[in-house]
Design a protein around this ligand. Sequence first.
Ligand code: ARG
Length: 467
Amino acid sequence: MADGNSETKSSNQMWGGRFASGPDAIMEEINASIGFDKKLYAQDIRGSIAHATMLAHQGIISADDKDKIVHGLNTILSEIESGSFEFSRRLEDIHMNIEARLATLIGPAAGRLHTARSRNDQVALDFRLWVKEELQRTEKALTALIAAFLDRAEEHADTVMPGFTHLQTAQPVTFGHHCMAYVEMFGRDRSRVRHAIEHMDESPIGAAALAGTGFPIDRHMTAKALGFAGPTRNSIDTVSDRDFALEFLSMASITATHLSRLAEEIVIWSTPQFGFIRLSDAFSTGSSIMPQKKNPDAAELVRAKTGRINGSLIALLTVMKGLPLAYSKDMQEDKEQVFDSAESLELAIAAMTGMVRDMTIRSDRMKAAAGSGYSTATDLADWLVREAGLPFRDAHHVTGRAVALAEQKGCDLADLSLADLQSIYADITEKVFDVLTVEASVASRTSFGGTAPNEVRKQIAWWRARN
Ligand code: ARG
């Protein structure tokens, strides 16, 4: 609308041949994507240089025109990067903004760049390149987060804490083991990132509008120049496919969901009631009215960003679900979802990495909590199976009675006397007290992947070799 009436009346310079007048102002507003797809300028220019170079190599355009095109595109790149480029909404999107500027800079040779391609394969290329680079950044960010957890896990391989199910004290575990649960989660996220990169590693350029082209292009050459493993194999699929964006968003949603669960734990752990951790000043905020408060805002915002990211996945799935092959303009709505999610995810991973590295672990509080809530009841039951030969179900019952007695006396299991225990089951001996401490409980869980400190150290070593 800022362009004014006279401009909206003149027909578009890219397809004006068939049009007597320009678009209505509202048409221009709903149609334009330059407001957000200008983010793709570097990919668009890189793609155009590869395309022009291939066209010249194949004798489709002259070497002289190719040189002018490449020079002009490089000029545009520096104009955009220095902030002097004037983007125009009348030119709709990044592709036409760049091409129009190229025409001003180099004249008629600019008109040859669009030979044997369409904006349909062009946008598929640009966006793929962008998403691929974003995935590479995500892979690095996740590696840093995993490294932060490995360090904390190593430091706290022996620190006992209560393990929870239903957020009720279940069995003692170590904080190192708990940290390694997140290493597994973010490790899976990272392998999803790597798979997504592999899946999308094919070049769309040369699919043209949807049917390919009669010009003798070399799609293998452009694919190689742009760092893809090869060209896509079906031109119709190529211009209608947004799986790479959907895979990015699904990976982002699952990763954000993991971050959100961690955020929730950080919120809970940092309450005075739990007091398992203290967040650093760098990753918390104060209250303007209550001087005593230290709020886990960063964790809360990570938790909230998950809503945005999950929303983007659903939004793009919904955009795509009814589209017939091949390209439809609906697909222009893919970019904002991905850009917004990418920004949110990068920030969330970075904030989490900072919080995990900086937080103080209050081992004393964790240990005290680990011993309460009858957390070693399973150890008593296991002892009865092992030492007294009871079937597990009977041992469970006997232990339940011991817990009820302790509850009635207001003490922990380990504080019951031998006589108390023998009143419930006569064959219990003094030796039972060896398994009722949290340290003994944790040390006994030596099954592969279990919480015993030595097991956890093995898993840390396994991950260190792969991170
Ligand atoms: N701005 C468009 C998009 O993002 C570029 C492709 C336009 N293609 C077309 N046939 N109108 O999808």
